[in-house]
Design a protein around this ligand. Structure first.
Ligand SMILES: [Zn+2]
Length: 70
């Protein structure tokens, strides 16, 4: 299914960006307890419109919002 515009835009948002209105949380918040500053959290979301999955990560080495194609 084609990725919707909201999800395309979501993948470009910053760390502090809010999930768009059709994203719902799936699964549990994952907390990685490394040494500071290696502590980060991840949360998966799924879009109710296009069914895309997006992971929000506070790991500064990654994109804040990762869009999973396919
Ligand atoms: Zn979408």
């Amino acid at each position: 299914m084609k990725i919707c515009n909201l999800c395309e835009g979501q993948s470009k948002k910053s760390l502090n960006g809010k999930p768009h209105e059709y994203l719902v949380e799936i699964g549990e918040l994952r907390i990685f307890k490394g040494q500071k500053p290696r502590r980060f959290k991840e949360q998966d979301y799924q879009c109710q419109t296009c069914r895309a999955k997006i992971t929000h990560s506070t790991d500064s080495n990654n994109l804040a919002w990762t869009l999973w194609h396919g």
